[in-house]
Write a protein that binds this ligand. Structure first.
Ligand code: LLP
Length: 438
């Protein structure tokens, strides 16, 4: 939801529910997730990749990358829309299983999965595990052999393509922690094939996140196909996620069907050049499924003006959350937008910086935005596009409890993740004497 849908009183509605009603019932800050929007993005994304793959006579599977936002409800929504789920820790795996996901439709990633995590994944019958290192390869082979099973695996490869995004979000250039080089991949494949407990199903690559163009994906796909051809006889090629979304009006991501066709056509063209059949394809979007379906509601607590010189003024608008519920501006310099959610205002636009309540000057929610100059304490602010990597990156910095997540659909709202209380946080403090101790 863009947060631009308002009722007659000027109150923003999300999934048919008014922002003021949500704030009254559930408090602020509040993560609001529009179920229909998540489902629509899931459906559209799956349809786009399936159609692009079908044009070349192959299949495409879409894994929802759970790291973007994971709860049992969301797993059920995306599974219901036909998506598989990608997890990258034992905790994420537990959520997916608790949601009732079919283990065969789960993929498991990560550069340092523990022995326990690997054992557990093998034991529940996980669909595939992406092998990230030789140490892990040998570890997983031993686990599978001991259990007498054959675990399907993919090999994570760095295509060497440096995606044009924030450095922390780019993952496939060479000097970083994930995966194997293109040069090493064939030898790794031999080693997997020599392991009786492992079944090699394909290569995997992920070049980064919040990427707008298709060129980086196409270049990476072409390089992967070269290695895929050299290894021979692999049924799947997984090209990861990373499809960007619009956070502000200046963002202009490639539409998903264009992106899907662009990537898959590039794979097919490279396969044709090398005279090999097009493999089945897999993708792992996270942000593109949930990002725009989320809105965070905050209550304005204080405001102040700062003179910037030459008559310019910046209005600081402090809200009741901040970097603990949205770390992205502090971590990546990420940009968001904001609007007043609880009323319409015809006042002149003023340059505003929306800041949180944490004890750091980098605690910024929206770095620059124009809001009606009469924005005041008590107003509700809506910050759209917070569905991905906000809840999942949330912290308890300054002992601030993490907000609840509410799902809205057809005019109804319900809690899908309950908020924390200060007692929840205190319950972990082992220094507090309990009854029976002195
Ligand atoms: N597959 C793999 C192997 C990944 O590492 C990731 C994201 C994805 C898929 C999903 O990427 P997406 O489609 O959501 O871009 N915290 C950062 C993003 C980190 C992405 C980590 N890996 C942020 O807030 O921008």
């Amino acid at each position: 939801p863009s947060g631009s849908d308002r009722d007659a009183d000027g109150v923003i509605r999300i999934g048919g529910v008014s922002a003021t009603a949500l704030a009254e019932r559930f408090g602020t800050p509040l993560y609001v997730l529009d179920e229909d929007d998540v489902r629509a993005h899931a459906r559209r994304t799956l349809a786009a990749f399936r159609a692009a793959a079908a044009a070349h006579g192959v299949q495409a599977r879409v894994y929802y990358a759970g790291k973007a936002f994971l709860s049992t409800e969301v797993v059920r929504w995306v599974a219901d829309e036909g998506l598989a789920v990608d997890v990258c820790s034992g905790g994420e795996l537990a959520v997916a299983l608790r949601a009732g996901a079919d283990p065969a439709h789960l993929g498991f990633h990560g550069n340092n999965k523990s022995v326990t995590e690997l054992e557990n994944a093998v034991d529940v019958g996980i669909g595939s595990i992406v092998i990230d290192s030789i140490v892990e390869l040998d570890r997983l082979a031993a686990i599978a052999e001991r259990r007498g099973v054959e675990q399907s695996v993919l090999i994570r490869v760095n295509s060497g393509v440096h995606a044009e995004t924030h450095d922390f979000l780019a993952t496939a250039h060479e000097d970083q922690k994930f995966g194997f080089t293109l040069q090493d991949a064939p030898a790794v494949a031999d080693r997997v094939r020599a392991a009786s407990g492992l079944q090699l199903v394909g290569l995997h690559c992920h070049i980064g996140s919040q990427i707008f163009g298709t060129a980086g994906f196409q270049e990476s796909a072409a390089r992967l196909v070269e290695v895929h051809a050299a290894i021979g006889d692999l049924p799947v090629l997984n090209l990861g996620g990373g499809f960007g979304i619009a956070y502000t009006s200046v963002d202009d991501p490639t539409p998903i069907d264009e992106l899907a066709a662009g990537i898959i056509d590039a794979v097919a063209a490279e396969c044709a050049r090398r005279g090999i059949p097009v493999p089945n394809l897999a993708f792992e979007p996270g942000r593109a499924i949930v990002g725009q379906a989320g809105v965070t509601l905050y209550r304005v607590g204080t405001t102040k003006s700062v003179e910037l010189g030459e008559g310019a003024v910046r209005l600081y608008v402090s809200v009741d959350g901040g970097m603990s519920d949205n770390a992205r501006p502090a971590l990546y310099g990420a940009q968001f937008s904001a609007r007043i959610a609880s009323r319409a205002s015809g006042d002149e636009p003023a340059l505003v910086r929306v800041v949180g309540k944490h004890c750091e000057s980098g605690d910024i929610v929206v770095d620059h935005e124009y809001l009606p100059a009469d924005v005041s304490p008590g107003d509700l602010l809506a910050v759209p596009a917070t569905g991905a990597y906000c809840f999942s990156l949330a912290s308890n910095y300054n002992y601030v409890p993490r907000p609840p997540v509410v799902a809205v659909r057809g005019g109804e709202a319900r809690i899908i993740v309950r908020g924390e209380t200060i007692d929840d946080l205190l319950s972990r403090d082992a220094g507090i004497p309990t009854k029976g101790t002195v």
